[in-house]
Write a protein that binds this ligand. Structure first.
Ligand code: PGA
Length: 254
């Protein structure tokens, strides 16, 4: 399928894989995906595996992402990791505001926007996650929630930065549940988000921005989801932990 925007498929390994396990997985991916040119492929291992993984994917078509970073450049922030530290391992992307961090670490839209600005300052592309909870969808609040999150989390970005930002629509009820949004549900949320991006960044910028879908993406539902006009890739959790399923998603998307 052809789309103006290049698909971007990222694996979010979450708190899985030791450095040794990560190295083994990414070596398989490097071998199996070597010929893929149609998709930007990203893996996001835990911090402790970035060094190993970055060595293996050097000179490959796989890019490195992190799962979080600090909004601060340096200093007395125990346990935090800065953009500059990520750059040392050639990290090109960073997932920000994942619903698990919003839930367990109480990350707010305001914090996510600060992190996004810090990422851009270091030339790391943020993957900014938004998405409604089940009760919000059932209460008819999906668009309201998405509007608050998109406007809040992308606040302060310039048009140039917006073009280098990826938005990930991840309905919380679809994450790790095996319950995927239907292609129609995904398309309608993505079209709504693109409309918001046009209001915020203008009609020149919004059509060029990539919006990923995330939430129980598997090899058997990838094709239909990726063929929706406003779906420009996937953020994959569970199915990115094995080479076979992650590669299956990529091959079924092109
Ligand atoms: P899942 O996770 O694919 O396991 O649903 C997606 C995500 O949380 O990014």
């Amino acid at each position: 399928m052809t789309k103006d925007r290049k698909l971007i498929i990222a694996g979010n390994w979450k708190m899985n894989k030791t450095a040794a396990e990560a190295a083994a997985l990414v070596a398989e991916l490097k071998r199996d995906l070597a010929k893929v040119k149609e998709v930007d492929i990203v893996v996001c291992p835990p911090f402790t595996a970035l060094s190993e993984v970055s060595k293996i994917i050097l000179d490959s078509n796989i890019h490195l992402g992190a799962q979080n970073m600090s909004e601060h450049a340096r200093g007395a922030y125990t346990g935090e990791i800065s953009a500059e530290m990520l750059k040392e391992f050639s990290v090109r992307y960073v997932i920000l505001g994942h619903s698990e961090r919003r839930q367990y670490q109480k990350e707010s839209d305001e914090l996510v926007s600060k992190k996004a600005q810090a990422a851009h300052a270091a030339a790391i592309k943020p993957i900014v996650c938004v998405g409604e909870k089940l009760e919000e969808r059932e209460g008819g609040l999906t668009e309201k929630i998405l509007e608050t999150q998109v406007r809040g989390s992308l606040a302060g970005l310039t048009k140039e930065q917006a073009l280098e930002t990826i938005v990930a629509y991840e309905p919380v009820w679809a994450i790790g549940t095996g319950r995927t949004a239907t292609p129609e549900q995904a398309q309608s949320a993505h079209a709504f988000i693109r409309g918001l991006l046009a209001e915020i960044f203008g009609n020149e910028v919004a059509p060029k921005m990539r919006i990923q879908y995330g939430g129980s993406v598997k090899p058997n539902n990838a094709r239909e989801l990726m063929s929706q006009p406003d779906v420009d890739g996937a953020l994959v959790g569970g199915a990115s932990l094995e080479a076979r399923s992650f590669c299956g998603i990529i091959f079924n998307s092109i």
